[in-house]
Design a protein around this ligand. Structure first.
Ligand SMILES: Cc1cc2nc3c(=O)[nH]c(=O)nc-3n(C[C@H](O)[C@H](O)[C@H](O)COP(=O)(O)OP(=O)(O)OC[C@H]3O[C@@H](n4cnc5c(N)ncnc54)[C@H](O)[C@@H]3O)c2cc1C
Ligand code: SF4
Length: 807
């Protein structure tokens, strides 16, 4: 006897619709299923279009359910076909090709369309949205033919599109109506850090601009703004938002507001017709991210299969930007108000930011920038409405005064079986546990292949690892090792070894030969490789200015208001009346607002306009103080035996000598030294990378101190008798750090990682080694030149960097 199955028609072959069908199949729902999709493709992962554009995935990589999947599951698929109406009377759906298909139940999952600004010119050639494969194809094609692109919209989509186009070699400006990027997900702090990072990666920004018209003949040639200014662009991506696709529902007489109105079981106003995904409106909310769609799909699948289910009560959304080297996350509430208790920490050196918002001690939101390792955990806590405790605080903020310290792994034991771990692909904890216990999978990659978890944005990877750890205990295989950034799995040491073994000469060569995932690298690896190459081949390597951070490129530190600071050298903190007069004259002439005495005993001219920088350097005629660089900054001194009655050593003279000797050399990170005339330590050697303290018999050297965001008292390294020995030891320590330090790693971290004893063994117990290290730094020092003088003699770089260009 054959049982008659109910006919289920799905309109919309996207992630929400097919996700629901997958759940129905898992629950054993007995339906004859027909799927209509207006795109010509099987179901694909729309989220990953950003990766396709960025170049790290192909269209094939992002197919979620290939043609065979439909066949294997007896699903009738009609691609390239629009459903135009649902006829309630005859219980049939009607397509644009005239097909009539009977139904018992229909799921409308028609998603959204890109919102195209209704301004004159928006229908010109060269204007696209960013929604589907055809938009992605248009962008890939445009990049081959055109150079100047504008992306309207500084939200998640706009920024991912902009970075993709930059990777494709276009000159891209993001035009945003508001002053803050991603203002619906990030607070001002995170937003400005994000903008700075993207600027470093080559994206330009035009903020607070309202586009009123697109100019050009047949093809777009530029944007006109409400303040009268313009921007040239021969390709425009509109990423200003999405509009729920409600046409079919509306034309069929179903109740529609902004989206298709549904109740807590995803039922529309028409009997037997359901709606989920971006096109649906639940309790006044239309969602634009996948996690809510899967939560809806789970409730609907159970409802349609007659299983017990709680009603859908809405979702708490979280966001993660998918640009390599730019880690941003937010969940729940993110703007603080008087009713919130705010926990935050910001590390300007590591460029990380963390903020957690509590309301009556309940965790209601979080923002992370730079380090998003806690994202999955925080997402879960926000979703659960967890109450903040000391234990959770330590877990998410770390111990210690600066948020460091060991972190406890999250307890996945307490998670409910049905809790979604992978929001992008709707994978529950139970599905992952089953994949381990029933199929014997033991690695994240196997879990990915089996369940789909971690397949999209990757934000859930830490939780998947914790579940594996929890289920497998000691037999859990740790995840594959991490490279220096997302572009490679190679560590710093492996890269340096390959550079030597293969004789690699340029950053491009390193990335090509060592199989970088992104041809151009990212803002993390480019400056690092540039440093390693320069450190290894000081005489032959051509420094790549474009691989340096912006301050190093400019030779000055940019300030909040767009002006720069100029810090000339003052060896050992000593100046002369003549130099002081020059500084005063130049400051007056170039309208320098503030002259500040720095903590490193020199003068900082704050507020120099970009175009005035070369003239200021020329007229000061003093060496650069490298206040902007990963290089020797200051040598702080006390007055020492020349003047102080306690002084036993000439700290002033030694400080100036050391500063003159080692200035201009690149280090993995900034480097600070202090020299004191006696153990009273007035110039604070204990917080410097190298601290030198005079004593009766000679000098004592300290290393690895830091007074910044993660303070560390320097370790006593050795005691020395003569000035010559002191210089040799300092040279060897600096060169050993240059040769073994990770880029951006301060000596405070380097000493902890390498171990003080090991450094002492290499330098103090082996004279040959010490002398060779000292000889290598001396050779490198013969290659350095003053960057300000160099810039003044290079008229083309000077023009390119400092002469104002207006669009
Ligand atoms: C570039 C990009 C990056 C993204 N990144 C993220 C991210 O990082 N995280 C995140 O959570 N979300 C992200 N999103 C959003 C996410 O992709 C969507 O929320 C999700 O795909 C919506 O699924 P859906 O099934 O509701 O709609 P869709 O995926 O739009 O599917 C609807 C389908 O229905 C078809 N259709 C429409 N009308 C008809 C009709 N009448 N007849 C037949 N077929 C029809 C459409 O052609 C479409 O194929 C991103 C989106 C884009 C475009
Ligand atoms: S450290 Fe010693 S020598 Fe230097 S100023 Fe202080 S007391 Fe004098």
């Amino acid at each position: 006897m054959t049982t008659i199955r109910e006919k289920l028609v799905l309109v919309g072959n996207g992630m929400a619709g097919i996700g629901t069908i997958e759940q129905i199949l898992k629950l054993g729902g007995a339906y004859d299923i027909t799927v209509f999709g207006s795109e010509p493709h099987p179901n694909y992962n729309r989220i990953m279009l950003s990766y396709v554009l960025e170049g790290s995935k192909t269209l094939n990589d992002i197919i979620l359910n290939d043609w065979n999947w439909y066949e294997d599951n007896n699903i009738t698929l009609h691609t390239g076909t629009m459903v135009t109406r649902i006829d309630e009377g005859s219980k049939q759906v009607v397509t644009d090709s005239g097909m009539l298909v009977p139904y018992d139940k229909v799921i409308i999952a028609t998603g959204s369309n890109s919102f195209i600004l209704p301004v004159p010119g928006s229908d010109k050639e060269g204007v696209v949205g960013f929604r589907d494969i055809s938009d992605c194809d248009a962008m890939l094609a445009a990049a081959k033919q055109y150079n100047k692109a504008a992306v309207i919209g500084g939200g998640l989509l706009g920024l991912e599109a902009a970075k993709g186009l930059v990777n494709l070699g276009m000159d891209v400006t993001v035009v945003h109506l508001m002053e803050d990027l991603m203002e619906r997900q990030l607070d001002r702090n995170a937003s400005s850090m994000l903008q700075a990072e993207l600027e470093r990666q080559g994206v330009k920004f035009s903020m607070g601009k309202q586009t009123v018209e697109l100019s050009g003949e047949q093809r777009v040639s530029g944007l006109c703004f409400s303040d009268g200014s313009t921007l040239a662009a021969d390709f425009v991506v509109m990423a200003v938002g999405i509009k729920p696709n409600v046409t079919l529902a509306k034309d069929s007489g179903i109740s529609v507001n902004r989206g298709i109105v549904v109740d807590d079981y995803l039922q529309t106003s028409m009997q037997n017709i359901y709606s989920i995904g971006e096109c649906a409106e639940h309790r006044g909310m239309c969602y634009g991210l996948v996690a809510p769609l899967f939560e809806q799909g789970m409730v609907l699948a159970k409802h349609l299969c007659g299983s017990d289910t709680k009603p859908y009560e809405g979702s708490i959304v979280s966001t993660k930007l998918k640009i390599s080297g730019v880690d941003v996350f937010s969940a729940g509430e993110f703007l603080d108000s008087p009713e919130h208790t705010v926990i935050s920490s910001k590390d300007e050196w590591k460029r990380t930011y963390k903020k957690i918002l509590l309301k009556n001690n309940v965790i209601v939101g979080a923002v992370l920038f730079g380090d998003v390792t806690e994202s999955a955990n925080l997402q879960k806590l926000v979703k659960q409405g967890a109450v903040m405790t000391d234990e959770i605080y330590t877990e998410v903020m770390g111990t210690g005064c600066c948020g460091g310290g060991a972190k406890k792994s999250t307890s996945v034991e307490a998670m409910a079986d049905e809790e979604i771990v992978c929001g992008c692909n709707g994978v529950t904890k139970k599905a992952i546990v089953d994949a381990v216990t029933e199929h014997g999978f033991t690695t994240v990659d196997e879990i990915k292949a089996c369940t789909g978890a971690t397949r999209s944005c990757g934000g859930c990877k830490p939780v998947v690892e914790q579940i594996l750890q929890f289920v497998l205990g000691d037999s859990f295989q740790q995840a594959a090792k991490q490279g220096i950034c997302g572009c490679t799995t190679l560590s710093r040491d492996e890269i340096v070894a390959e550079i030597t073994a293969k004789g690699l000469k340029t950053t491009k060569e390193v990335m090509n030969v060592l199989g970088w995932k992104q041809e151009e690298g990212c803002s993390k690896c480019r400056p690092a490789i540039n440093y390693y190459l320069g450190m290894m081949n000081p005489d032959t390597y051509q420094d790549e200015k474009e691989s340096r951070f912006v301050n190093e490129r400019m030779g000055a530190n940019i300030q909040k208001d767009g002006t720069y600071t100029v810090i000339p050298r003052m060896y050992g903190g000593v100046t002369t009346p003549e130099d002081l007069k020059k500084i005063a004259d130049v400051s007056l002439k170039y309208d320098v607002k503030v002259v500040k005495v720095t903590g490193g005993q020199r003068l900082d001219l704050i507020g120099v306009k970009k175009e005035d920088l070369p003239k200021v350097w020329e007229e000061l005629d003093m060496p650069s103080g490298y206040g902007y660089a990963k290089s020797l900054r200051t040598v702080k001194t006390c007055v020492g035996s020349q003047f102080c009655r306690f002084g036993t050593q000439d700290s002033l003279g030694m400080g100036a000598l050391i500063e003159r000797k080692y200035e201009r050399l690149d280090f993995p990170a900034k480097f600070k030294i202090a020299v004191n005339g006696c153990p009273r330590n007035c110039a604070e050697s204990c917080t410097k990378d190298i601290g030198i303290v005079g004593n009766d018999g000679g000098w004592e050297v300290f290393i690895g101190g830091n007074g910044g965001i993660k303070p560390r008292i320097a370790d006593s390294f050795c005691k020395i008798k003569t000035d010559e020995e002191l210089i040799e030891v300092c040279s060897a320590v600096m060169q050993y750090y240059r040769e073994t330090g990770n880029y951006l790693e301060r000596t405070s971290e380097w000493v902890e990682r390498m171990g003080l004893e090991r450094i002492q063994m290499v330098i103090l117990n082996n004279e040959d080694n010490r002398k060779e290290l000292a000889a290598r730094i001396d050779f490198a020092l013969t290659q350095v030149t003053d960057p300000w003088k160099k810039m003044l003699n290079d008229s083309s770089t000077r023009a390119a960097l400092f002469e104002e260009t207006r669009v």
